[in-house]
Design a binder for this molecule. Structure first.
Ligand code: 5AD
Ligand code: SF4
Length: 463
């Protein structure tokens, strides 16, 4: 049996298994929960077998999110029973947005569950675990506290790798009519600049060269300025972070077109570390649908914004989210979306069929589009985006790009990295280059990735 140390005293190690669904924000939160439990002797385990604590960190965006949780819980039951049969105890916690939205219902339906913890209450997890362990009953916390959970979260453990995430903002108050996030993650909360800079400094000291700033609505970030006077916007924060020696790349996601201010646009022009790639969801190209979605801008405003961004940074690649088959979407509305997608020429995009989320205004709207029609529109949009994506990838062939080598490739001797434009690129390269930024010549382009070679190797050597 392995041991960990608390206050210099060895304690018996306990096993913690976390299953994470959904966005990068959830991945970040899962890491923080692991950090929170580590001082209490919990070590991460890859599988639920024999675990003392299992956390399911859920995502509410995708379809049938609730059902997935129940089937996961069903699969955990035998593990929990086996643990009990051997005289131990396995606690099961449900975290994340489904916990927030349906926590009380999950408690009622699934006796396997000991703890329900919403995204704003993670810092209370150790206390909740202790409560259940001492037999004081099951624990549920899905409050939105006035004090920010950021103030209670532990300092992230080091060694997160060459490319790391850093959450700077949570929540959203845009209330797009299709979306559950404002209900599950609550209002917009920004972390103070000083805490962000300190975390970035620690990441860089641990070997990180690229940081992606995260937030549900990241460019709405307005954190307290370090001197305590007023607040900063994201453009200002990016300039500050760019001054950290060793931090070569900065990205941020996800942005709302309405919150992209002049200073942030200027940062794309002025700050070399600010990567020429922006995920800027548009959702639809039809003014009627954009209005019904409560996006707060029309298609022309999006075009104008992209034009201003490209003026500031002509080399900018764009990515987006689209929803097809929103209630009331006609063929003409959909054609407008197709036209916008082609016109902007997205370097990549995520496409979704509209799916009704309980409690959202859109779910109550008239004119739900039949499933086969949604399917057809999705196929057409995906084909259009595949074209613009391949076209973009081809524009990089022959160029020498700086690539962050992130992981080993499928074939021996191969590494996979990312270009400034988020393209995945593979090349034959020494293992020692892992974690480094290297110059790479782009040899060929496929729809989803590039092949490259180191400049000092002969053309055609790339796999
Ligand atoms: N139906 C389909 N797609 C959705 N998204 C969010 N809610 C829904 C929904 N109800 C998509 C949006 C958002 C992305 C993260 O998920 O495009 O930008
Ligand atoms: Fe949801 Fe994004 Fe709209 Fe906020 S801005 S409500 S997170 S889709």
């Amino acid at each position: 049996m392995s041991h960990s140390y608390k206050d210099g005293r060895p304690t018996v190690a306990r096993r913690l298994h976390i299953k994470t669904y959904g966005c990068q924000m959830n991945v970040y939160d899962s890491d923080r929960m692991a950090d929170l439990m580590a001082p209490h002797g919990f070590e991460l385990a890859d599988a639920p077998d024999g675990a003392d604590l299992v956390i399911i960190n859920t995502c509410h965006i995708r379809e049938k999110a609730g059902e997935k949780v129940y089937s996961d819980l069903g699969r955990l039951r035998p593990h929990k029973e086996a643990k009990a049969a051997s005289g131990g105890r396995m606690l099961v916690a449900v975290a994340g947005c489904v916990a927030q939205a349906e926590g009380a219902e999950i408690m009622r339906r699934a006796p396997t569950v000991d703890i329900i913890v919403g995204p704003q209450a993670y810092h209370r997890l150790p206390e909740m675990v202790a409560q259940v362990m001492r037999g004081a009953g099951r624990a549920l916390d899905t409050d939105f506290p006035v004090d920010s959970k950021f103030d209670h979260m532990p300092v992230p453990s080091q060694g997160t790798g060459p490319a790391a995430f850093l959450t700077i903002q949570e929540g959203c108050d845009k209330f797009c009519t299709f979306c559950v996030v404002p209900y599950t993650r609550g209002e917009e909360v920004s972390r103070p600049a000083e805490a962000i800079v300190a975390e970035a400094r620690r990441l860089v000291a641990g070997g990180t060269v690229e940081i992606t700033l995260l937030g549900q609505n990241v460019n709405a970030w307005h954190g307290a300025a370090p001197d305590g006077r007023g607040s900063w916007g994201l453009g200002r924060l990016i300039r500050e972070l760019a001054d950290l020696p060793g931090l070569a790349r900065l990205r941020y996601t996800t942005s709302h077109p309405r919150d992209l201010d002049d200073d942030l646009i200027a940062a794309h022009r002025d700050v070399p570390q600010c990567m020429p790639f922006l995920h800027l969801p548009v959702q639809s190209g039809s003014d009627r649908i954009l209005a019904a979605m409560n996006r707060g801008h029309d298609a022309q405003a999006y075009r104008d914004l992209v034009a201003r961004l490209r003026q500031a940074q002509p080399d900018l690649a764009l990515s987006s989210d689209f929803i097809v088959g929103f209630p009331g979407e006609t063929e003409a509305d959909f054609e407008a979306t197709l036209a916008l997608a082609r016109e902007i020429g997205f370097a990549q995009a995520y496409t979704f069929k509209y799916s009704a989320r309980p409690g959202t205004p859109a779910s109550q709207m008239e004119g739900h589009v039949p499933e086969p029609e949604k399917e057809r529109r999705l196929g057409l949009l995906q084909a259009a985006i595949a074209e613009t994506q391949l076209a973009f990838n081809r524009t990089t062939v022959g160029r020498t790009l700086s690539v962050l080598m992130e992981r080993p490739g499928r074939r021996p001797g191969q590494l996979i990295g990312r270009t400034p434009y988020m393209q995945s690129i593979h090349a034959t390269a020494p293992q020692a280059m892992l974690g480094q930024l290297v110059e790479m010549v782009v040899e060929s382009a496929g729809p989803n990735s590039l092949a490259g070679r180191l400049p000092d190797t002969a053309p055609g050597e790339a796999a």
